[in-house]
Structure formats: C-alpha cells, structure tokens
Design a protein around this ligand. Structure first.
Ligand SMILES: [Zn+2]
Length: 262
C-alpha cells in the first residue's frame, strides 16, 4: 500500500491514456476550424470579385455603402457557429474525461487498498458539473472559450483590414486568414488540454477524498521539459486539501498522487 512507485506508475499511465484519447478527439474536432476558414476565404473571394479593381481591394472601396459593416457581421456569424460547436464539443469531452478518470482511478484505488468498500462506478450527483464549471483558474472554461472567440473575431477583422490597407491580393489574403485561424486552433488545443488536465485532477481529488486518502505526493512528468516551479515541488508530500492546483500552468503534466506513510 505504501509503495510509491506502484501508485505513480498506475495513475500516471491512466492519465497518459486519458490525455491521448482527448488529443485524438480534439484533432477530429479541430477540423471545424478548417470549415470556418473555407467559409471566410470564400467570403473574401466574393468581396474581391465584386469590389476589387486590378486585383486590389482598397479600404475606401470597403467603406462604400455598408460593405465594411456587413463584413464584420459575416465574420462574427461564421465564428459564432464555430464557437457553438466548440462549446458543445468541449463540454461533452470534459464530462467524458472526468467520468472516465473518476471510475478508472477509483478502480486503481480499490485494487490497491485492502478493504476499501466503495463503489467508484457511480459518480455522485453534481461532481461532474462542479468539475467543469468551477473557475479554478479565475475563469471557467466556457467563459474562456467565449473570450477566445471574441479575440478571434477581432483578429480576423484586423487581418482583412490590414490586407485592404496594404493592397494585398486575394491569394495573400487567403494565406493571412489561414494563419489567423491556425493560431486560434492552437490556442484552443492548449485550452482543451489544460481544462482536461484539470478535470482529471478534480476526479483525483474527489476519488481520494471518498477513499479517505489524507496525503498526496506531487510528481512532475518524467521528461526534460519540467519547469522550475513544478520541479521545486517535485516529490513533496501535502495534505490532500493543501495540495498544489493541477495543472500548475498550461501544458503541465504534474500530478498529485495518492500517498501513504510507512
Ligand atoms: Zn511546470
């Protein structure tokens, strides 16, 4: 029972597999960004075909009538659709990952702790909801998603406006739109990973609490990219309720692992 390596190995392996599944699902979801990009590129092509002169579309041309305003509306509408899809995906994914982690971590504890008579196959009411809505990083994930999408709408507007000012061709404009969307997809991938990590950590905390675990050991990922802050906490033992927040930062792989004294 007080065998550190046993717990670290089993729980870390489970986390690795949960994150692997999450990454595959995210890859599939992020195709939605490609769809939105195609729509944005088609829309800017339409603007060029209607209003450009000699392949150049100036900002002045865009200020005629309500063209600029309707462009802003069009961007917002395309990204709103994406944001709605992302919220549905992320909510489902975080619920799934919490559940999966709770049940499987519970099974690991049941196997390793003699006489632990708790059925971890049933998740108490409200646990999942709390894990995904709790503003652990100062904001909950749905308001982070919302903020990211507003930033994206603003960046796309800037990309187009800058293109008009600089007299870019439709080919250059399409490329710039792609870069802007790629950056947003990368941010989204990081956010989903960070929030997933937090759901896993919440499930750990909930399972440990239910099992009567009193202490945890903070361990860092077993690779060379460990940051100084995590490294300073590595192998330290904490009371469960005073344990460090997981994740400590985006892309952190540190964990609090159940710990028993000799
Ligand atoms: Zn770190």
């Amino acid at each position: 029972m007080n065998n550190d390596a046993y717990w670290i190995n089993r729980i870390d392996k489970l986390v690795e597999s949960l994150l692997g599944t999450q990454e595959r699902h995210t890859n599939t979801f992020l195709k939605a960004y490609k769809q939105s990009l195609t729509e944005l590129q088609a829309y800017s092509s339409l603007l060029y075909s209607k209003y450009s002169k000699d392949g150049v579309l100036t900002l002045n041309q865009m200020y005629v009538a309500n063209r600029y305003k309707s462009m802003e509306k069009q961007i917002a509408s395309i990204i709103d659709t994406l944001a709605k899809e992302e919220k549905v995906f992320a909510t489902g994914e975080l619920k799934r990952i919490y559940k999966d982690s709770y049940v499987k971590t519970g099974a690991i504890l049941t196997e390793g702790i003699p006489n632990l008579a708790i059925d971890f196959a049933i998740i108490p009411k409200g646990f999942i909801e709390k894990a995904i809505t709790y503003p652990w990083s100062g904001d909950n994930f749905s308001s982070r998603l919302y903020k990211n999408k507003n930033v994206l709408i603003d960046n796309l507007r800037q990309t187009l406006t800058r293109g008009f000012v600089q007299g870019k061709s439709i080919t250059e404009m399409s490329k710039d739109l792609k870069s802007t969307m790629d950056i947003s997809a990368t941010n989204s991938r990081r956010l989903l990973r960070t929030e997933s990590m937090h759901c896993i950590a919440s499930s750990h905390h909930d399972v440990y609490t239910k099992a009567g675990v009193e202490k945890v050991k903070f361990i860092t990922a077993n690779d060379s990219r460990v940051c100084d802050e995590c490294d300073a906490l590595n192998n330290k033992v904490f009371l469960l309720n005073e344990s460090p927040i997981i994740p400590q930062h985006p892309n952190s792989r540190s964990l609090n692992i159940v710990y028993f004294e000799d």
